[in-house]
Design a protein around this ligand. Structure first.
Ligand code: BG6
Length: 476
């Protein structure tokens, strides 16, 4: 396990909210090497005391064990202020840390990836076996992602590049693999012969707040669908890998991403909805709408098709939005109706098809909707009712921050939960088809009130609720 972490973007939002808290927990739980050290790198000028004060101010260590871990983390941390576009001074400042193998983590905007990688290489920090971790987004479209990937390869080999998608670090996301490939029952029906449709919903109550500059260039399609949602889709749709090593899993995910049917301007009217939140009420509090000048969307609903043998004809509905009515991430697999219905009650039309609902956050539940007659009187004609097989973990287990797992994997050199260059590019290729089609068709971002389920036009894209109904239509 490498013991040196160079953290770029150390005073940024991600470092403050997730990376330093993750390091704190890993140190507290003794999951890092005893010689572990951090080189925190930011643009802000801080001396050691200044950075220490900043970190104490921005990381919650109210618990006694966390407070001790924060002291420990600070003892192990150097702060270096660098302008990443000034390569000679970057090289000079970082060269002293090239004494042993390291992991450099770029929690910076993508336009800094290449200058940072070149500076690191010049400082001797990308020599084998040192590694490079990149935060999403990798570029803004296929062309920019390709040029980043190409430039990185001049600095180090793909086997040492770790592209983060923090959804892959979430335990319930990994459980999708466990459920699919650890159970005969699932894989036997995981096919267009039995599956009618798949819904993937990632609804957030949070708004864009504080990230307007970044978000105005990206929007929901690039911020959420290109990465997290397509990774979920790939895990649900991939063929069984022959092993769980990095390349076996990533080969299969890439095949799915490549099989996504590109969207055209003729499709987007039917197969997509863009939205943007206005003023509204979220969880009881009034919030302002997103009013940036750009045309960017904060909500997107898509109907995707995977053109391969297993999934031909099965719609995958992907919905994500900010400032929605509730925070929930779920995958709903709806099965086809039975081929021949022999019961009088209920009638065939009123029978409910089987449905597997896997909720990933905030709670972790797995619910299988079946039909049965357990609750019906035994002396009359058989009467079926919807029943639910509920596999909830109650209470939901305490989960580590997704980044804790990913940081440990990067330090150990395990790439399975990181995204390979060709996966990123295949995902961008599909995303580009949508953004080009939106542009050609001049698809507007429809207004929806904060605290709703998105524009009314998207109601058919939302996953059915447990009672079979779709969430209420939002006001226009
Ligand atoms: C990030 C996006 O990658 O994921 C954010 O940039 C989004 O806009 C976040 O809020 C959602 O992550 P989580 O773990 O809260 O579901």
């Amino acid at each position: 396990m490498h013991d040196t972490l160079l953290l770029f973007g150390a005073t940024g939002d991600l470092a403050q909210r997730y990376l330093f808290p993750s390091l704190l927990h890993l140190l507290r739980d003794r999951l890092l090497p005893s010689t572990f050290r951090v080189v925190a790198i930011g643009r802000t000028e801080h001396d050691r005391a200044g950075f220490e004060a900043w970190l104490r101010d921005h990381v919650d260590a109210s618990d006694e064990r966390d407070a001790a871990a924060l002291d420990d983390l600070l003892r192990r941390t150097d702060y270096v202020s660098i302008d990443l576009n000034d390569q000679p001074s970057m090289t000079a400042a970082l060269a002293p840390y090239a004494d042993r193998p390291s992991v450099s983590y770029l929690a910076t905007p993508p336009d800094l990836f290449v200058p940072a990688a070149r500076g690191l290489k010049a400082a001797g920090l990308l020599e084998d076996p040192s590694r490079l971790v990149l935060e999403k987004p990798i570029g803004h479209d296929l062309a920019s992602a390709r040029s980043i990937n190409l430039a990185l390869k001049e600095c180090l080999d793909e086997s040492r590049i770790f592209r983060i998608d923090h959804y892959l670090g979430k335990a319930p996301v990994q459980n999708l693999l466990a459920l699919r490939f650890g159970n005969t029952l699932m894989e036997a029906v995981w096919h267009n012969r039995w599956i009618q449709s798949v819904d993937i919903l990632v609804a957030e109550t949070a708004g864009v707040d504080g990230r307007e500059g970044y978000y105005a260039n990206y929007g929901a399609l690039r911020d959420m669908v290109q990465n997290h949602m397509l990774q979920l889709l790939a895990l649900i749709a991939m063929e069984p890998p022959n092993a769980l090593d990095a390349d076996s899993v990533r080969d299969e995910k890439r095949k799915v991403l490549r099989a996504l049917r590109p969207m055209t301007a003729a499709d987007v009217g039917n197969d997509s909805v863009r939205g943007r939140y206005g003023d509204g009420v979220v969880e009881g509090s009034a919030v302002k709408g997103f009013t940036h000048d750009s045309e960017v969307e904060t909500f997107v609903a898509l109907r995707a098709y995977i053109d391969n043998w297993r999934w031909a004809g099965v719609p995958f509905r992907l919905v994500t939005g900010k400032r929605m009515a509730a925070r929930t991430t779920e995958v709903v697999v709806s099965f086809k109706p039975v081929s021949h219905w022999v019961f009088e009650r209920p009638s065939k039309q009123r029978a409910r098809s089987n449905r597997l609902r896997m909720r990933l956050q905030p709670e972790e539940t797995i619910e299988l909707g079946l039909m049965g007659s357990l609750a019906a009187p035994e002396w009359d004609a058989i009467e079926l009712q919807p029943l639910s097989l509920d596999l909830s973990m109650s209470p939901t287990p305490h989960r580590r921050i997704a980044y804790e797992r990913l940081l440990v994997d990067a330090l150990k050199g395990n790439q399975t939960l990181f995204v390979r260059d060709d996966e990123v590019e295949a995902a961008w290729q599909w995303i580009d088809s949508i953004s080009n089609a939106w542009q050609a068709a001049a698809t507007p971002a429809l207004a929806y009130p904060a605290g709703s389920w998105g524009p009314a036009a998207a109601s058919d894209f939302l996953p059915p609720k447990s009672n079979g109904h779709r969430p209420g239509k939002a006001a226009k």
